[in-house]
Design a protein around this ligand. Sequence first.
Ligand SMILES: Nc1ncnc2c1ncn2[C@@H]1O[C@H](COP(=O)(O)OP(=O)(O)OP(=O)(O)O)[C@@H](O)[C@H]1O
Ligand SMILES: [Mg+2]
Length: 149
Amino acid sequence: MTSNDARTVRLDIASRLDMLDMVQTVLSHLAGVVGFDEESVHYMTVALRESVVNAIRHGNRADERRRVNIEFVVGERSLEVRVQDEGAGFDPNTVPDPLAEANLLKPDGRGIFFMRSFMDAVEYSFPPGGGTMVRMVKRVPEDGALRTS
Ligand SMILES: Nc1ncnc2c1ncn2[C@@H]1O[C@H](COP(=O)(O)OP(=O)(O)OP(=O)(O)O)[C@@H](O)[C@H]1O
Ligand SMILES: [Mg+2]
């Protein structure tokens, strides 16, 4: 076991939207352990929900037999979340910009934009075995007081 394993929590879930609340509960708990304030936890929750919904809908096409793996790595002042599906992958560079004039009135296409807005880093990768992996990191700001209680 490496020191990173000691700080890692893994969830392996079916592609069902009714898993979202459970995933959110784990995130809130771990974010509290790191010491994020309530507002940060809220925004991280939105980002994680968007990534898991994408993994279920776009990646696994809502096929309940396909799994979504979620890994949380608890840092001293950061939380990293990795979400991996079993889909065909996609090209993140071709995703339309929701802030472009032509897209402003569209009801969807905002998930990745929210993830990038609310997290400090968002990186996509496409493992050789297939699927999409998105890695997101949130850090406690330098001037952010850690919760002590
Ligand atoms: N895990 C994934 N696997 C395959 N394609 C994906 C994945 N995540 C995102 N995409 C592609 O990127 C596009 C943009 O995703 P984004 O979350 O920004 O918008 P959306 O899911 O279409 O709408 P919204 O999230 O606002 O309901 C998706 O429409 C889909 O084509
Ligand atoms: Mg989405």
